[in-house]
Design a protein around this ligand. Structure first.
Ligand SMILES: [Zn+2]
Length: 112
């Protein structure tokens, strides 16, 4: 199985992704356009997060957006409802070879 390893800038939060992205999601919602994340959505079982981040909830509080308390990098989001079967990692935390040539897909989060 292919594993991809990423981390925030200081290394406090490490991400392991056991899927290979085929496109990159860019969200135009109020937080997404500010953080500039490049998102890969997947089932929570496909990701291991090591390290303690700080979460931020906005709007309907459906998800926790995590960032590193030391270096500030936005690393991933997870659902506040543990039954929701999706989460996402910010591909910018991974080597750019993994994502730079992938097609960008607009997530039209500003509509919601
Ligand atoms: Zn960090």
């Amino acid at each position: 199985m292919t594993e991809h390893h990423g981390s925030c800038h200081c290394g406090r939060i490490a991400l392991t992704l056991r899927e290979t992205p085929t496109d990159v999601g860019e969200c135009n919602c109020s937080i997404g356009r500010r953080t500039g994340g490049l998102w890969h959505q997947c089932p929570p079982e496909a990701v291991t997060v090591v390290g303690e981040g700080i979460s931020y909830q906005q709007g309907d509080r459906a998800l926790d957006l995590w960032h590193c308390p030391t270096c500030g990098c936005t690393t991933h989001w997870s659902p506040t409802d543990p039954a929701y079967p999706r989460m996402a990692v910010n591909l910018r935390m991974f080597d750019s070879a993994l994502w730079r040539d992938l097609p960008r897909r607009l997530i039209d989060g500003a509509r919601y």
